[in-house]
Write a protein that binds this ligand. Structure first.
Ligand code: FES
Length: 319
């Protein structure tokens, strides 16, 4: 998280509901201070009125350098951060944000791009699509899934003639039986790169369907769904094979957090189980994998210590 420490203050220039429970915020610099540039797929940390720092993807065109746009969904089952941002702020307020950071970068090189967005997961993908259109880069196809038309942000935009033939929109009414069949889309990679952001279930389904793809061609963005609530976790012991040290991992901390508190210097980036930076060799123990980065055949011997935990009482890591 260290790279997100630098913060700046911005003004909420505009905010409006753009779909059921989804609010769009336009953020402008205070006193003409320039905004840092960002790349497609980047996110910001936003200090919400409850005091917590929450991550939100930037969804405007990265070429727009005078403002940032984020879309925030009211997470009714969450800890109240998104609700407080929507309900307790108004246009003209100043808020604190971090500088943009990108754990979901659009990689150059593939023959085409496939985007799969579930609900509010459209936000980083919208910035990517705006970039591809502006630069006339490689072709793309977007699969955009929501429960209903009312829950679809940017609906008019993606229904416009500009996107004819480039966007597939599907509403499942919340019924898994009515989920869109992605197998015909993903059966053959054909040199494409795939970017997926949305609910955990959608991302896990896409990961399972793309088991035959190169892992370098499949990209996920996840803002914390992998970090279960403390009441859903159990404590366990992590032992380090090389140093012989042992640490207790409580329900409210990750392995990474516990080891860092003990002074270990360990790499990380997304800290949500998608980028692969914190991959660590597993010596023994039964892991509870919560990441989207490891392929099935890698799971017996590796663990992403930013999110994954243990089913056994102890895990031994090659550290
Ligand atoms: Fe990205 Fe752990 S830091 S997967």
């Amino acid at each position: 998280m260290s790279e997100e420490k630098a913060t700046l203050r911005v003004t909420i220039a505009d905010k409006q509901m753009v779909a059921q429970d989804i609010c769009l915020f336009e953020l402008c610099p205070v006193n003409g201070v320039a905004l840092a540039p960002f790349t497609p797929g980047a996110h910001l940390g936003v200090r919400v009125p409850t005091g917590e720092m929450r991550k939100y993807s930037l969804c405007n065109d990265p070429d727009e350098t005078d403002h940032y746009v984020i879309a925030v969904k009211k997470e009714l089952g969450g800890r109240g951060g998104s609700i407080s941002l929507i309900e307790e702020t108004q246009a003209g307020d100043e808020i604190e944000i971090t500088l943009p950071k990108n754990d979901f970068a659009l990689k150059p090189g593939p023959s085409s791009y496939i985007f799969i967005a579930g609900g509010i997961g459209i936000t980083p993908i919208r910035a990517m699509i705006k970039h591809l259109i502006a630069t006339r880069a490689k072709p793309f196809k977007l699969y955009y899934f929501t429960r209903s038309p009312e829950m679809m942000a940017f609906r008019d935009e993606f229904l416009s003639p500009e996107f004819r033939g480039k966007v597939v929109i599907h509403h499942d009414g919340g019924d898994p039986e009515k989920a869109y069949d992605l197998w015909p889309v993903l059966e053959e990679p054909k040199g494409a790169h795939l970017y997926c952001c949305g609910p955990r279930g959608l991302m896990e389904a896409v990961r399972d369907i793309t088991g035959h793809w190169s892992s370098a061609a499949v990209h996920f963005e996840d803002f914390g769904a992998a970090k279960a609530r403390p009441e859903d976790n159990t404590p366990f012991t992590v032992a380090l094979a090389k140093s012989g040290e042992r640490f207790e991992v409580p329900v409210d901390k990750s392995i990474l957090e516990v080891l860092r508190e003990a002074g270990k210097v360990l790499p990380s980036s997304c800290e949500s189980g998608t980028c692969g930076t914190c991959r660590t060799r597993l010596v023994s123990g039964e892991p509870e994998h919560r990441d989207l980065a490891l392929a099935e055949h890698e799971r017996a011997r590796n663990i992403m210590i930013c999110v994954s935990r243990a089913k056994s009482a102890e895990l031994v890591l090659d550290l």
